[in-house]
Write a protein that binds this ligand. Structure first.
Ligand SMILES: Nc1nc2c(c(=O)[nH]1)N[C@H]1C(S)=C(S)[C@@H](COP(=O)(O)OP(=O)(O)OC[C@H]3O[C@@H](n4cnc5c(=O)[nH]c(N)nc54)[C@H](O)[C@@H]3O)O[C@H]1N2
Ligand SMILES: Nc1nc2c(c(=O)[nH]1)N[C@H]1C(S)=C(S)[C@@H](COP(=O)(O)OP(=O)(O)OC[C@H]3O[C@@H](n4cnc5c(=O)[nH]c(N)nc54)[C@H](O)[C@@H]3O)O[C@H]1N2
Ligand code: SF4
Ligand SMILES: [Mo]
Length: 889
């Protein structure tokens, strides 16, 4: 049974965000504390993790099933779903239905979804958002090692002398691991190299930063392999005894990357820095190479992964402390999903659809006659099949493909037109849920029980510490309920998460005579009580064992038929869709520090929205000048697939010819800020992972003639605006507005948003082109407020927002200045929020540094910034170095 926190004992659970997999102590406290006993984070959490307690409210939750947009009973929703799936299978065959699931489901949810589709409906058509995330790493691991295996442990980050981060903005996306790394640097002088086309927070904090041209990583690592051979750093014994294919891979690398000058030029890296990186790598035995979406989300992603692994195999730097190739997983349970076989080209428990012995084994284990025998459709193909009507019924669980898939316009159309769409989610209004015929209310974090596996293969428990709200059910139960109604009751009669976990563990060990490394047979006989108490443990955990395995390949054996690892000969190839006339700019997309994906949780927390309250396109000053786009203005970015409009930030962190748009904004929170509509659907031929980091695009000014800010207690989607973006602020929501029409029409549009014009104060300052209106309630507190002005003409709204948040009576004096949006005593501006835990802004930090606060520790003492989660420490270090007085020569 579920442990509730009624006795005030904090419940040990796992953060539901990134693949770092931090242990946290569950509860609705304002700041969620880290679990000091968890071996991943030892008590630390980042800003997102520490705000978990603020995401537990029920205001925006889906609490009961819906059918056709109206409230329905569970029986009705489940019956309808089972019937429509069964009918489609009967009429059009099993491949006419599909599941699209998520690396954010728990392993138990994932296991039953995979079992239902592959085992009992009999189709391979279950794919997952991990296709957009980890598929290239999976494919690269399978090519090199024979199985999808991450050899390293987080301890290897502590014990390395060199850590190379390729296409990973770990300072923002795996903040606790990045902190572990910078702590190790402070202790032992670890060198950190960042390889990224953008100067990210990670790059700014690295010892060496290589600003590679997008998509040139294979060339860079081929050059490295050739260099390692040239300077005699090949581990000949390891290569000859434990690997195959070295000569071919080296020959390919040498022909690809003959000399430094050509590599430096094509990769866009300064010559000296390229040589410095190669020398450092050659000289440093204890090297870990971390890779993430800059590697995976590429039409050459699998080759990038193998180009990196080749360098580790060549030097024998694998299976020892402080070394190895290390894929950081994105989602909390991307790894668990891969364990159960949740990708369309996997079977279950690291068994494959191509191996007849595996098929036979799983068929007997599941006692089914209907096992799928071929791979199903991968994500992009699945939505193509939905668009052209081959898929008649789709069930989406725990993901928002309308927003997160590339070619988002077509995906939205396919979802809108599909015969039968089922969505399981915690919130009702996602871009995908809007099209659903059936909506299932899923239990969320803190309410559901099960396991997740992090980047270092560590299985941790997510434990419930709250009762199920409304009529919500855990995902595994919803799947089993439908399976039962489809006539598969016997195979889905699970009582609880523990019983599913036991079956999953038993399958991993079933007739596994050491061929599959993924073996958790040692956990197959956990009692319910032991499952409840399970401590974090790294797989494999073979039968008879309870302790896990920190590092793989220590015995130099790989799970290939001959026990040897494989070099893969890879050559540099340009991205699938090249820039050119009409679309000269590379559109890159990715993450911000304080937001999680489509913002259904982090977007409702005001302090997490403070870093970036609207979608911002970043571009280089040279591009901004030539396009006539000003910093703080707006740009339209368009591709052959669609368009987006965003605020512009001009920065030298961005290279000329490239632009960056955060992935997080959806149609639910902005008018045209969703980058998926622009992103191209080109995929890696091996892994099927889409190229979300490289879309040929065109930029143009979005010449707004007016801008507005609207504060309201209400959460809604404005209509009729060329630009709007909603963000949570203390006390309600801020709506940033802009349009191409004359300012006078902007005022009319803006006023139409106000709920009531009762107690309305308004003021038009024609000289400054400013219009202001505020609504007061009967008690005299401000309920809504609108400001409209010329482009970039709005005053700093800090004071106004405080008045809105305070909900107190507005004094007569304040009424007069209220409409000036200036405080009675002018306060110095906070600037863009850098430390979201304590709300400390860039301007305040810069002033403090200029006043002599000389380092991050001192900043922490004076302003508190950086003293809770530490996610902003890289940026604080950067600000200190920018503001530090120049040392006289
Ligand atoms: N704050 C936050 N953290 C998260 C998440 C989140 O939503 N928010 N999501 C989690 C998930 S699911 C994932 S997958 C991870 C992703 O974690 P990361 O992969 O670290 O994050 P991204 O921002 O997607 O992309 C990483 C970097 O790849 C770079 N890049 C683009 N093209 C290239 C290229 O050709 N070569 C190289 N070398 N680099 C390139 C981009 O400029 C970007 O800085 O983050 C996880 N953690
Ligand atoms: N342009 C661009 N697009 C990208 C990327 C990029 O870098 N650039 N990155 C890609 C990557 S790596 C990823 S991982 C994806 C992520 O993209 P998505 O998976 O689409 O994003 P999320 O917002 O995490 O969606 C999770 C949904 O599940 C719901 N949810 C939360 N908990 C539960 C639960 O327990 N059960 C159920 N049933 N639902 C739940 C949430 O409310 C939310 O609607 O985006 C991909 N798309
Ligand atoms: S680093 Fe932050 S988001 Fe990731 S698991 Fe840890 S606390 Fe959660
Ligand atoms: Mo991801």
């Amino acid at each position: 049974m579920t442990a509730h926190s009624a006795d005030h004992e904090p419940v040990r659970t796992t953060c539901p965000y990134c693949g770092t997999g931090c242990g946290v102590l569950g509860g609705p406290a304002p700041m969620t504390p880290g679990d000091p006993e968890h071996p991943t984070n030892f008590g630390r959490v980042c800003a997102k993790g520490s705000a978990l307690g603020e995401t537990l409210g029920l205001e925006n939750r889906l609490l009961h099933p819906m059918v056709g947009g109206r409230r329905a009973s569970w029986d009705e929703a489940l019956d309808l779903t089972a019937r429509r799936f069964a009918e489609a299978v009967e009429k059009h065959g099993p491949d006419s239905v599909a599941f699209y699931v998520s690396g954010q489901l728990l392993t138990e949810d994932y296991y039953v979804a995979n079992k239902l589709m592959k085992g009992f409906i009999g189709s391979g058509n279950i794919d997952t958002n991990s296709r957009l995330c980890m598929a290239s790493s999976v494919a690269g691991h399978r090519r090199a090692f024979g199985e999808d295996l991450v050899p390293c442990s987080y301890e290897d980050l502590d014990e390395a002398d060199l850590v190379v981060l390729v296409g990973s903005n770990a300072a923002w996306c795996h903040p606790i691991l990045f902190r572990r790394l910078t702590d190790a640097r402070a202790r032992r002088g670890t060198k950190i190299v960042a390889i990224d086309p953008r100067r990210t927070a990670t790059a700014a904090d690295a010892d060496l930063f290589l600003p590679v041209q997008p998509g040139t990583d294979v060339l860079l690592f081929n050059g490295l392999l050739a260099h390692l051979a040239r300077v005699g750093r090949i581990d000949r014994d390891f290569v000859s005894e434990h690997t195959n294919g070295f000569e071919d891979a080296l020959a390919k690398a040498q022909s690809d990357a003959p000399e430094f000058y050509a590599i430096a030029e094509e990769c866009g890296v300064p010559f000296d820095d390229l040589v410095a990186f190669y020398d450092l790598f050659a000289a440093t035995e204890r090297t870990v190479t971390v890779y993430s979406q800059g590697v995976n989300q590429s039409s050459r992603g699998t080759d990038k992964v193998n180009a990196i692994i080749n360098c580790h195999l060549a030097t024998g730097r694998i299976g020892h402390a402080g070394m190895g190739p290390f894929s950081f997983t994105g989602q909390p349970n991307a790894m668990g999903g891969r364990e159960v076989g949740g990708l369309a080209n996997q079977l279950a428990a690291h068994m494959t659809l191509e191996n007849p012995a595996d098929l036979d084994r799983v068929q007997r284990f599941w006692k089914t006659q209907k096992l799928a025998t071929a791979s199903g459709l991968k994500a992009v193909d699945m939505f193509d099949a939905l668009a052209d009507g081959r898929i008649k019924a789709l069930w989406v669980m725990g993901t928002n493909p309308a927003a997160s898939m590339p070619n988002g316009n077509q995906v939205r159309k396919a979802l809108a037109n599909c015969d039968f769409l089922v969505v399981s989610d915690c919130v009702p209004g996602t871009d995908t849920a809007r099209h659903a015929d059936v909506l299932f209310p899923a239990a969320g974090w803190g309410e559901k029980d099960g396991t997740v596996t992090n980047s270092e293969r560590r299985i941790s428990r997510q434990r419930a510490f709250m009762p199920l709200p409304g009529e919500t059910r855990p995902d595994w139960r919803i799947v089993c309920d439908v399976a039962q109604r489809m006539g598969f009751g016997e195979a889905f009669g699970f009582r609880n998460a523990a019983s599913i976990f036991r079956e999953h563990a038993a399958l991993s060990a079933f007739e596994n005579h050491g061929e599959r490394v993924f073996d958790i047979g040692g956990l197959a006989d956990l009692t319910d009580h032991e499952f409840e108490a399970l401590k974090p443990v790294q797989w494999p955990v073979p039968a008879g064992q309870r302790a896990g395995t920190a590092r793989l390949f220590c015995d130099r054996r790989f799970p290939t038929p001959d026990g040897r690892a494989r070099f893969i000969a890879v050559g540099q190839q340009a991205p699938a869709n090249a820039t050119g006339q009409g679309h000269p700019v590379v559109l890159n997309t990715g993450r911000l520090r304080d937001q999680w994906h489509t913002m259904t949780r982090t977007g409702e927390v005001a302090r997490l929205m403070a870093q970036a309250p609207e979608p911002v396109l970043e571009l280089n000053p040279a591009d901004a000048i030539s396009l006539g786009i000003a910093d703080g203005g707006f740009a339209e970015v368009s591709s052959a697939w669609g368009r987006a409009v965003a605020r512009v930030r001009v920065t030298t962190d961005q290279t000329k010819g490239q632009a960056f748009l955060p992935m997080h904004w959806t149609d639910d929170v902005t008018a045209h800020g969703s980058p998926g509509r622009v992103a191209n659907p080109a995929c890696d031929a091996v892994s099927g992972q889409p190229e979300l980091k490289h879309t040929p695009a065109r930029l143009a000014p979005f010449a707004a003639r007016w801008e507005g800010l609207f504060l309201s207690r209400r959460r809604f989607r404005p209509r009729g605006f060329g630009y709007w973006a909603r963000s949570a602020v203390p006390g309600g929501y801020a709506y940033r507005l802009a349009g191409l029409e004359p300012a006078g029409e902007g005022i009319v549009l803006g006023l139409s948003l106000m709920a009531s014009q009762n107690g309305l104060l308004d003021y038009h300052d024609r000289q400054r082109g400013l219009f202001r209106a505020a609504a007061l309630d009967d008690g005299g507190a401000m309920t809504e407020c609108l400001m409209v002005g010329g482009p970039a003409g709005l005053p700093d709204p800090v004071w106004l927002m405080e008045l809105f948040a305070d909900r107190r009576v507005v004094t007569a004096g304040e009424r007069r200045v209220l409409l000036g949006a200036r405080s009675v005593t002018p306060q110095p501006s906070e600037g863009r929020i850098v430390c979201s835990c304590f709300g400390v802004g860039e301007e305040r930090i810069r002033r403090a540094i200029r006043d002599g606060v000389g380092d991050t520790a001192a900043l922490g003492r004076v302003l508190k910034c950086g003293t809770n989660c530490g996610s902003c420490l890289p940026e604080l270090r950067d600000l200190v170095s920018q503001e530090a007085p120049a040392v006289p020569a």
